[in-house]
Write a protein that binds this ligand. Sequence first.
Ligand SMILES: [Zn+2]
Length: 234
Amino acid sequence: MRGDVPVPRDIPSKGPCYGTDKQDCRIEEYYWRPRITGPKHSILVIRCATHKKTFTIYPAGFGPYQRLPMANTAYATSHLENNQGEHPREAFQDTQFQAAVDASEGEAWPREWRDGPRKWWETQRRRIAKMLVLLGLDPEMEETKRIQVTQLLNVEHMLVLEKKRAIEGKPGYRCRGHGVASMLKALMKSGNPVERLLLAGHQVGLWGMPLWWDADWGIIRKIPFRLARQENPV
Ligand SMILES: [Zn+2]
């Protein structure tokens, strides 16, 4: 561990630059860069001497440039079969979803700016809105985007529409938080959704393309989910 961030099991031997030409990567150095804003921990920066590229390694569960993870590290790195049936509270404490999970249980963050932006009403409201987009539940989002998210998250389009309708015209934080939390529960039933959430976030423009360091194979890969065939909106 370094601070509260686990050091990767191995440093990647290839960068995202691998395959751009016939030369192999030569990962020569890495260092920890302190974050000026966002998480208190440093992030790992690696440089490929061959391709003269520098890239950043985020701990498991983080979207690129995100200050908070999608799921806590223990959950993000655990095996699928161990995750079924877990409650969102445990898996998503101190993550981008916490604002919504708190809201679903009627826990409103303080209206006064007391503990800074981490626990402030406006922050809670903004994060819930962002997670509604990520999960395809935002009533205002384009239907084509919603369908793409639905496919990436591998959930029934009808289920998403049903949850979207439940919050339509109801801007209350508790109702919207419940929409997010109930969708998380549905996602968790079919295994660990973290990779799919990262890819869905990219699809709706919340962050860049997430790459995955696969330590078992020693490669950096794109998350291997493809959009399923297009469904017609109902
Ligand atoms: Zn390289």
